[in-house]
Design a binder for this molecule. Sequence first.
Ligand code: CA
Length: 259
Amino acid sequence: MRRRKALCWRCRDHRARGAAIAITTAIGCGALAFTTSPSAAVTIGATGGNGSAECPPDYTWAQDSTAVGSPTYAVPAGGGVITSWSHDRGPALATARLRLKVFRKTGAPNNYLTVGESDFETLAAMGVNTFATRVPVEGGDILGFRITTDPVSCRRSGSTGDKAVASGALQPDPPIGSPVAFGEVGAYLLNLAATVEPDADHDGFGDETQDQCPTNAGTQGACPVSPIASDTNEKKCKKKKKRHSAETAKKKCKKKKRK
Ligand SMILES: [Ca+2]
């Protein structure tokens, strides 16, 4: 009788531990989800130029900051992955090319760290051109681009507080990881928008279009199926229960024979 109770306690213990594992896992997943913001894709920046292709090639531009009421060009808190970017070709030639650049402020005015870029793309289509990419970003990172080949319609007039910055003439395209200093150009907004998707597992793949398993950084395909800890413990308890019942029956059988 005493042994039976002991086994049951063990079973309860296993079940309790299983439940604890399940709860810990749930809390862990929750914590993971809460570290990422926003919870859904957002668009930052906005397309549209001044109607002329006035920005020559071989310059790098960035949107340092924007006025209240203007669209933000900064990545929201929590970061994520830029999965696409857009630029309105306007009157630029169909051979004009540019690439997305992402910069991080260093704290010194007009000084930045280059943290991301896309491939160079050709503005072949009329109107807004949208290109897929994959650029992991942090909250506060700002958008920019590098122009090559032909002039583009890179900006539109903004208001006080809209601060566009640009490299000097013949300043090379800054590679990822390099510091760079830009000069202030004036109250302009770049002709540029980007989609930022959340990245809950921090694997560098956007959770909405690039990552089918946002809870596991080890894969971007379908989530692997794994046995749940509580189920395993439940099975162990059942096995022990079965063994115990057989022993009890054996004992009962012996008692009957003695009678
Ligand atoms: Ca992800």
